[in-house]
Design a binder for this molecule. Structure first.
Ligand SMILES: Cc1cc2nc3c(=O)[nH]c(=O)nc-3n(C[C@H](O)[C@H](O)[C@H](O)COP(=O)(O)OP(=O)(O)OC[C@H]3O[C@@H](n4cnc5c(N)ncnc54)[C@H](O)[C@@H]3O)c2cc1C
Ligand code: FES
Length: 268
């Protein structure tokens, strides 16, 4: 049980929409969670049975304060995400949150670059919308293996977002990975104030390398397997090199957003 019952919620599923191949957006009525900020996540139990037994972490994809909703964006990869994708409106979900820290972005006015690989779009969409609402400049770069794995144009248009897409098969946008696209933009002389990245660990490692080469600070949102999600079990630790010393940080409690330059990818 979480030490603070303010973090435990039962929420009703209001809407579930398929937005791309294997990818679903869930809207949950959760007024108590609408103070959440981009980068934070919830730890939820999919369904009322004990299968799957463990909760799973999901980034908060957006907060609609007027409607009292939080949104999640889910890619189906296993039992929990598959169970979530089959829920119907009216279903109740049991979740802990909001958990974790946030992207340190709202105060900076210069253009930032938001780099999302696949389902890494979930928290960066929220950050992008917050920056848009605050009049802060940014570019959103989104990559996937193929066009059908990414949400269609209407998904972004209705939020006023215009992402630059990269697909490995070239079916939508730039042909290549989102890191190739980022590299091209940096090589062409663009100088973002900061890069915020979320996606698979090898992608994050490459983004951090580019940040070092082009002297752009990088914040990464890490995904790791989680059990407790409240800092107790040490099941989610990731290595960092801080002042030359190897240190392990808990992704759930110390993150999930970290200074990319300190992440020790070679050790993973
Ligand atoms: C802070 C955080 C935020 C997340 N946000 C989202 C989100 O917004 N949307 C989303 O779809 N997913 C997100 N994830 C990942 C999600 O929690 C996992 O995909 C989850 O385990 C899926 O559960 P499952 O039962 O469907 O599949 P599982 O059976 O748990 O996993 C299926 C396969 O994926 C592997 N896997 C699971 N999680 C990870 C991981 N984190 N890193 C590497 N491999 C993994 C497993 O080893 C297994 O092979 C997030 C993870 C973290 C830590
Ligand atoms: S999941 Fe238990 S310490 Fe992070």
């Amino acid at each position: 049980m979480h030490p603070n019952s303010d973090f435990m919620h039962r929420c009703e599923l209001v809407d579930l929409t398929r937005v791309a191949q294997g990818c679903f957006r869930l809207k949950l009525y959760a007024p108590a969670l609408t103070g959440a900020e981009p980068g934070q996540f919830v730890h939820l139990r999919a369904g009322s049975s004990t299968d799957p037994l463990l909760r799973r972490p999901f980034s908060i994809h957006y907060v609609d304060q007027k409607a009292g909703e939080i949104w999640l964006l889910i890619r189906v990869v296993g039992p929990a995400t598959s169970a979530l994708s089959r829920l119907r409106p009216g279903a109740e979900l049991d979740l802990l949150g909001p958990l974790g820290n946030t992207f340190p972005a709202r105060e900076e006015a210069a253009a930032a670059m938001l780099v999302a690989g696949g389902i890494g779009l979930a928290p960066l969409y929220f950050l992008a919308r917050r920056r848009l609402e605050a009049g802060l400049a940014f570019d959103l770069l989104l990559g996937g293996a193929e066009g059908s794995s990414l949400p269609g144009d209407a998904f972004f248009d209705c939020a006023g977002l215009k992402p630059m897409l990269a697909t490995e098969d070239g079916s939508r946008g730039f042909k290549g990975t989102v890191v190739d696209l980022l590299k091209q933009r940096l090589e062409s002389g663009e100088k973002p104030s900061r890069i915020h990245a979320c996606g698979p660990v090898p992608m994050l490692a490459r983004v951090v390398d580019l940040g070092k080469i082009y002297a752009v600070p990088v914040h990464i949102s890490l995904e790791s397997l989680m059990a407790c999600a409240v800092g107790a079990c040490l099941g989610c630790v990731f290595p960092f090199k801080i002042n030359g010393m190897l240190e392990y940080r808990r992704v759930c409690r110390d993150g999930p957003v970290f200074n990319g330059e300190e992440a020790h990818f070679n050790f993973v």
